[in-house]
Design a protein around this ligand. Structure first.
Ligand SMILES: [Zn+2]
Length: 110
């Protein structure tokens, strides 16, 4: 899901506008968004076009940020139900679960 947190959504849309993204149809039935601009604006526009394609084909929903505050690494969630929360279950998942268990034990003894 795309969100507008901290104006990120607006900045991405503005980058697409500066790039002058436009649909280009090709022989063979392919279509893509391509930037009219060159340079940095064009390069950023190509990234916006990749995001657009990922939203359209559903793969964007699998791209997430790790929920562990000290990580926040971007990862592709391969789970079928989009339930992945950490970049690596053996690293961030295990550390986060043990930290939560530790906090629960502290709360019980407070
Ligand atoms: Zn992580």
């Amino acid at each position: 899901m795309l969100s507008g947190d901290d104006g990120a959504l607006e900045r991405v849309n503005e980058a697409g506008e500066r790039a002058g993204l436009r649909p280009v149809l090709r022989r063979g039935g392919e279509s893509a968004l391509e930037p009219a601009a060159g340079g940095v604006d064009g390069a950023l526009g190509r990234l916006v076009a990749i995001v657009h394609g990922a939203v359209a084909d559903g793969s964007w929903a699998h791209l997430k940020a790790c929920e562990r505050d000290s990580c926040r690494w971007a990862f592709y969630d391969h789970s079928k139900n989009h339930s992945g929360r950490w970049c690596d279950m053996d690293v961030c998942g295990a550390r986060e679960k043990s930290a939560r268990a530790y906090r629960r034990r502290l709360a019980q003894h407070a």
